[in-house]
Design a protein. Structure first.
Length: 150
């Protein structure tokens, strides 16, 4: 099978590494992460749940971001395979995940804790480090790293 034929069957192979087309930001703490996520989020932060990831190089500078999913009023899906695949696509050494709680409640659910652990362990096998998982609300944020949950 030729690569061209394979690309037409699998559009994800058309993803290109365009490091010059993303705002470069040094991520040194959870506040930097939350600020970056707020910049890329649309106006739906208080309406429905979405899940985003920012990918970083070895000096913790952003090299890409990815909207993993957009869900409903109370939930969204975060597929670990898609998150790690994109990390490999952009040659990331680390990443930070983020989802919002339209309800305004910053407390992580049990499902939030489980998916964080699952993705952290899976990425770890490939030497890609999950630095944080941020929960955003319209007013504030919660950091798994700051709260010792990673």
């Amino acid at each position: 099978m030729t690569m061209t034929k394979y690309k037409s069957q699998c559009p994800e192979l058309k993803v290109e590494l365009k490091r010059d087309q993303i705002k470069k930001a040094k991520i040194a703490n959870s506040q930097n992460s939350a600020d970056f996520f707020r910049e890329i989020w649309d106006d739906s932060i208080g309406i429905y749940e979405s899940f985003f990831v920012i990918y970083l190089n070895a000096s913790n500078t952003t090299i890409g971001w990815y909207k993993v999913s957009q869900g409903g009023l109370q939930g969204t899906v975060a597929d670990p395979r898609l998150i790690v695949k994109k990390a490999l696509d952009v040659l990331a050494t680390s990443f930070i995940m983020c989802h919002n709680h339209p309800s305004g409640n910053l407390t992580p659910s049990e499902a939030d804790k489980v998916i964080t652990k699952k993705i952290k362990e899976g990425a770890g096998f490939l030497d890609i480090k999950l630095l944080d998982h941020i929960i955003l609300t319209e007013e504030s944020y919660y950091s798994f790293a700051d709260e010792g949950q990673l």
